[in-house]
Write a protein that binds this ligand. Sequence first.
Ligand SMILES: Nc1ncnc2c1ncn2[C@@H]1O[C@H](COP(=O)(O)OP(=O)(O)OP(=O)(O)O)[C@@H](O)[C@H]1O
Ligand SMILES: [Mg+2]
Length: 504
Amino acid sequence: MESKHRLEMKGISIEFPGVKALDNVDFTVKSGEIHALVGANGAGKSTLMKILGGAYDHYTGAIYFDGEKANIRHPRDAKELGIDVVYQEVDTALIPYLTVAENIMLDKMANEMKRKHFIRWGNIHRSAREVMKRVGIELDTHTLVQDLSLAEKQVVLIARALATNTNFLVLDEPTAPLSQTETEELFRLMRDLAQNQNVGVVFISHRLPEIFEVCETITILRDGQVVFDATIEQITQQKLVELMLGRRFEETYPKIHVPIGDVILEVKGLNEESGRVRDVNFTVRAGEIVGMTGLVGAGKTELCKTLFGAYPVKSGEALLHGKPLTMKSPHSAVKQGLALVPEERRKEGILVDEPVYVNLTLPSLDKFTKGPDFVNTRAEKSIARQVIKELGIVTPSEEQKVAYLSGGNQQKVAVGKWLIADAEIYIFDEPTKGVDVGAKRDIFELIGQLAKQGKGVIYASSEIPEILDISDRVYVMYDYTIVKEFETSEATEESILFYSAGGQ
Ligand SMILES: Nc1ncnc2c1ncn2[C@@H]1O[C@H](COP(=O)(O)OP(=O)(O)OP(=O)(O)O)[C@@H](O)[C@H]1O
Ligand SMILES: [Mg+2]
């Protein structure tokens, strides 16, 4: 079945209330190639791919499959052509209380139900195992999806796409939650699909080096229009960034150096109930940005959550301005002056069904309340507009539901809401995941401002270059504990990696 396919989107436009998301876009992908789709947050990447996956029926323009007009208006239409899209919002696409096997075989099961009105359970686990073997995944097919890590959920989604006959596979920011090794594994799989199984792969990512590593062709979108479409050799990273942002851009981040004051937060012998934080000791000073790094899974998120009162403390303590911090609930953490931008933003960081301004002002609502229950909505909205501007959040207005924002812009909302809250200690857990290079710089800039105001910042990230750019001091975590402390000026990527990998 070595037939080459060609999928063409021509003159695609789509509008949502107040937003022209795509404007006359042409996009072509062929069997056997890995094609990058690049653009700033809100440029229209996910929307274009949702159209391809049959998620919308109100677009204009046409789609051709091998030169023949294909009327894709429903997920079923896409599926019939062998087009599979793994969407950006991984956790909404899977059914948490079903097993890995059931999730992988979902589409197949639905088909079988239609044809035969019954399901062979034995077959499902066997077939799921076969698919997983083909894509080189090792997972127990009986595990419930709710017990999987983000990375594992990602591969389950890919396996599900591949369980049925696939001609084209779209991966919308698959690497955002993945570690270096997991990313390499995914690339190996993508190459295998393209080279040996004749699949056309569309790859979306904000990590630009990845694009150059794995893709052969590239299309750049800006504000819903195509601004570049060629092979990867025809562009450099610098040029790519300029085209996508529409302006000149300096990639390096100039750190603002501010005087560092007294210790504000002191954590002593902290242990989490089930061992997800083990004997952790560290300090944060006023005006200081403390990097917390380590590989994905080293325990950074767990540490952030324990401090924030979301996980139970077994022993140890934390002193905030010398006073014991009661780590019993996120609510009480906020009351005591802590702020957390969590990693899994859609689940924990934002209320997707509420407007942008409500999300932005929620943690600082007492600033906008006069008396017991009167909220000054005008003040709320005006502050919200300011944050929207500072962070460059792409939204028609502060009244837009967060659900309608692009993935990266939702992330900016999750970060932005804490910038107006008046906290003492700000904890950022992978805050730049899924944001474009321009927005990343804006976020760095704002974190720098917090430090300048004398706040203490904990910046948890597995992106070592970011840690080196932004922090004053860095702690390396391994196996749920801190194994090394560096002055950032004395740390290198290699030395951090050495300790991250368990070196001593
Ligand atoms: N259902 C919707 N209703 C209203 N507006 C929408 C909807 N879906 C997308 N948009 C808007 O369309 C534009 C393009 O969004 P899209 O999600 O395609 O961006 P993206 O390029 O994938 O960005 P990111 O890198 O942040 O994921 C954005 O302005 C977004 O707010
Ligand atoms: Mg997107």
